[in-house]
Design a binder for this molecule. Structure first.
Ligand code: FES
Ligand SMILES: [Fe+2]
Length: 414
């Protein structure tokens, strides 16, 4: 008998309202009740490996620019990227290294990477400024297994570990190979952010939308519809495992692909990078949790907007950032080794080009879905079991929007 993940998740099976994708009132609630309260991904500790390194990330829905610094003693901190003088943004690039200080480009107020205000230019003309009270505004910042998160609510009382709960335990200890080397794809899209979440939350579309790219690697004689192999639910977070076609081989006509994968352990795009580097990753208890021979990848979704995907050949992430009701920013990062031979370089180029093509197929779709839903011709969507995470996400958003506090939201999702 087929699995019923939807009922296992405690969800009903009826049509799901489309209003949250097109209503400004819902978007405003998402800003206040979700993005201003939840822990939000900022990146990897490897993005700021040395003292003085920094990155700047935008959280557009909250109008926030976030400065993450690596200070003396290894402390990774987060601050609002806002000068105490007249509110200018202190740092204008998105990453770099400044050993001693950040200097606001407007009037030269300078700050240490611990956020302290170090100096005010022409200080004598001010009226008794207490420099100790004029540092950069700190933001709660914690590190879980190398992932840096922030919380924009200064009153937040839920530590990151409690927020991640059993999802954090499920994924804990995964050795992420090549976490120091990533390739980023960024796109601005005219769609509500939830269409992007949905686009990467099910495999029902894969044999259809991706029929010319990865469709045949994710579906085969034993499973033409690419069913979910597993689904697990952890508070507001969740994880699914997808089917992979073990018999997939590029055809003779796919000469470039054949050459790119020749001599590798697998000719399946997601597994081809399997090497010593990824052995420990594949052995982790929560990677392919059923240790199925017909597995392709796990999609681990950390609420509200972070997907941490793991396959036999490595891992990649999606971050989905709302800008307005109908605009979003999408950020994907592939973490890949530095190629050491021409063969490896060729394979990697093919791998990235292939996955980038796949993502372009997904992205071409989301703006059209947004238009279709905004037309108000339909008021509901009809979801099947493979789309359980989409149904669950709508349910989680509702719980967060109704809850008075983050603690209450987490309790409602338990
Ligand atoms: S606004 Fe930063 S120094 Fe004036
Ligand atoms: Fe897709």
């Amino acid at each position: 008998m087929r699995s019923n993940f939807t009922q296992a998740a405690g969800l009903d099976t009826g049509p799901v309202p489309l209003e949250p994708y097109r209503s400004q009132a819902h978007f405003d609630l998402e800003r206040e009740k979700i993005f201003r309260r939840a822990w939000l991904i900022m990146g990897r500790a490897e993005d700021v490996p040395n003292v003085g390194d920094y990155i700047v990330k935008e959280v557009e829905i909250c109008g926030a620019s976030i400065l993450i610094t690596h200070g003396a003693g290894g402390a990774i901190r987060a601050f609002h990227n806002v000068c105490s003088h007249r509110g200018n943004q202190v740092v204008w690039d998105t990453k770099g290294s400044r050993k001693t200080m950040f200097r606001c480009p407007y009037h030269n107020w300078t700050y240490g990477n611990d956020g302290k205000l170090l100096a005010i230019s022409d200080e004598k003309m001010f009226f008794g400024v207490d420099k100790k009270k004029c540092g950069l505004e700190p933001i709660q910042c914690e590190n879980w297994d190398g992932w840096i998160f922030i919380n924009l609510n200064p009153e937040n009382r839920v530590p990151l570990r409690a927020y991640l709960g059993s999802m954090g335990e499920f994924l804990s200890g995964i050795p992420y190979p090549n976490a120091h080397r990533s390739i980023k794809i960024q796109a601005y899209l005219k769609c509500n952010w939830k269409f992007l979440i949905d686009a990467f939350s099910e495999s029902y579309h894969i044999p259809v939308l991706h029929s010319k790219t990865i469709g045949p690697s994710f579906s085969g004689v034993s499973d033409p519809a690419s069913h979910l192999q597993n689904a697990e639910f952890f508070g507001p977070h969740h994880s699914i495992s997808l089917y992979g076609n073990p018999d997939y081989r590029p055809t003779e006509a796919q000469l470039v692909e054949k050459l790119a994968y020749a001599g590798m352990q697998s000719e399946n795009v997601l597994a081809a990078n399997q090497s010593k580097d990824t052995e420990a990753l594949r052995a982790h208890r929560s990677v392919n949790p059923g240790k199925s021979p017909t597995w392709s990848m796990d999609i681990n979704e950390i609420f509200p907007n972070f997907h941490l995907d793991v396959a036999g050949g490595g891992f990649w992430t999606h971050e989905i950032w709302p800008i307005s009701l109908d605009q979003s920013r999408y950020e994907m990062r592939f973490f890949v080794p530095k190629p050491e031979t021409v063969r490896e370089a060729f394979h990697q180029e093919h791998y990235i080009a292939r996955l980038a093509d796949v993502v372009l197929e997904d992205l071409a779709n989301v703006e059209r879905t947004h238009k279709g839903v905004a037309a108000r011709a339909k008021n509901h969507m009809i979801l099947q079991d493979n789309e359980v995470l989409i149904r669950r996400m709508m349910n989680l958003l509702d719980k967060f929007e109704q809850a008075e506090t983050l603690e209450a939201a987490l309790e409602a999702c338990a």
